[in-house]
Design a protein around this ligand. Structure first.
Ligand code: ZN
Length: 331
C-alpha cells in the first residue's frame, strides 16, 4: 500500500491531525500567501506557502506532495494541511530564506538561532541549499587558519551572533563527523566560559529548555583546559629557546626577546586560550621590547606556526587519550 497523502505515520516529523483545530492556530503575518497551495502548521503558527517552492528545495517535501490526497484529509481554506513537529521559529527562519533569499550573506549576520534552524530543518527535510547556508556561516565561525581566526578575534570579520553560553548549544548541534572541526572550535570556546556556566549551561529563550553540554563533552572540556594551558605556556617557552635571525641587526635582541616573553607570561596570558595570542599581539610585544625586525620576523613566524599547529589538531585536544607530542606545539 502506498502511504497516504500527508500522512507519514511512520515518520514522526510529519503527521496529519484530524479536525479543525488548526483553524484556531494563528497565521504567520508575512509567510501566508493567498495563492499558497499548502498550509504548514508548526507549533502555534500556520504558514500558507507553495508546494512547488518546497518541492524544489526539499526532497522530502517533493516526495510527500507526489502522493495523492485522501478524501478525508484535513484542509485549511482548500489547501491541504501538514502538521510538523518543528518549532514555529525554526520553520519561520527557513521559509523566510526560501522566500526572501540569502540576505544574511552580504549584510547582517544571522543569529545562532537562525543557523541552528537551518541545520535542523535542512537535515530533517533534505534541503541542500539551506544546509550550505548553515555551513557557510559555521565555517566563518570556525576558521581553519590563524589569519581568519585573528580577524574574528579582533572584530574585523563578523560572524554568527550569539550569547557566550550558546557556545554550548553550538557544540551540541555540531556533533556529527563532517562537522568535526566546527564542533572542536565550539568546545574550545566553551573552555573559556566561566566554570559555572560550563557546567550548568544556559536557558534557550524560545523554548525555555535548559541547554547543557553532554557529559562526554563536559569531561572533554575540563580535560582540554589543562592541555590548552600547557599549550599556551609551550608557545612562549619555545620562543624563549629559539635561535634568532642570522641577519640580526640589533644589539640586545636576546635580552629584549626574553623581557617581552616574561612580561607577557606574567601579565596577561590568556588562560586556556593559546589562539588568543594574535599575530599582531606577538609582533607588537617584540617590537616594543626592542627586538630588531629580522628577529621579530623569526619570532612571529614561530609563534604563528605553533598556533596553526594547535588549530590543525584542535579536535585532538578533546579526545580521551592524547599523545604527549600532540599537546606540544613544537611537535
Ligand atoms: Zn635581532
Amino acid at each position: 500500500m502506498p502511504r497516504t497523502n500527508y500522512q507519514l505515520e511512520n515518520e514522526d516529523h510529519l503527521s496529519r491531525r484530524d479536525g479543525e483545530r488548526s483553524l484556531e492556530v494563528p497565521r504567520h503575518e508575512t509567510l501566508w500567501f493567498d495563492d499558497g497551495s499548502v498550509v504548514l502548521i508548526a507549533g502555534n503558527t500556520q504558514f500558507r506557502v507553495h508546494k512547488s517552492v518546497l518541492a524544489c528545495k526539499s526532497v522530502v517535501f517533493q516526495d510527500l506532495f507526489t502522493v495523492p490526497q485522501p478524501d478525508d484529509a484535513q484542509t485549511v481554506e482548500g489547501c491541504p494541511a501538514v502538521h510538523l513537529t518543528d518549532s514555529a521559529e525554526d520553520l519561520e527562519d527557513v521559509l523566510d530564506v526560501l522566500y526572501h533569499g540569502l540576505r544574511y550573506k552580504s549584510s547582517n549576520d544571522p543569529t545562532w538561532r537562525m543557523v541552528r534552524a537551518f541545520l535542523r530543518i535542512s537535515d530533517k527535510y533534505t534541503m541542500d541549499e539551506i544546509r550550505k547556508e548553515a555551513l557557510y556561516h559555521l565555517n566563518i565561525y570556525a576558521p581553519d587558519n590563524t589569519e581568519d581566526w585573528d580577524a574574528i578575534f579582533t572584530g574585523s570579520t563578523s560572524c554568527i551572533s550569539y550569547e557566550p553560553w550558546e557556545e554550548i548549544d553550538i557544540a551540541n548541534n555540531t556533533r556529527e563527523p563532517d562537522l568535526q572541526h566546527i564542533h572542536a572550535v565550539a568546545l574550545y570556546n566553551c573552555c573559556h566560559l566561566p566554570t559555572k556556566t560550563l557546567i550548568l549551561g544556559g536557558t534557550d529563550m524560545y523554548s525555555d529548555a535548559r541547554i547543557e553540554l553532554s557529559r562526554d563533552d563536559l569531561v572533554a572540556c575540563v580535560t582540554a583546559r589543562e592541555r590548552l594551558r600547557i599549550a599556551t605556556s609551550d608557545i612562549l617557552k619555545q620562543a624563549l629557546r629559539c635561535n634568532l635571525s642570522y641577519t640580526c641587526t640589533g644589539s640586545n635582541c636576546f635580552t629584549a626577546r626574553n623581557s617581552a616573553i616574561h612580561s607577557w607570561r606574567d601579565m596577561d596570558l590568556p588562560l586556556y586560550d593559546p589562539l588568543a595570542m594574535t599575530e599582531v599581539d606577538a609582533r607588537t610585544r617584540y617590537q616594543v621590547a626592542g627586538v630588531c625586525e629580522p628577529c621579530v620576523e623569526v619570532l612571529v613566524g614561530l609563534h604563528q606556526t605553533a598556533r596553526q599547529n594547535i588549530l590543525d589538531k584542535l579536535p585532538t585536544y578533546f579526545e580521551e587519550e592524547l599523545e604527549e607530542t600532540d599537546v606540544n606545539p613544537q611537535a
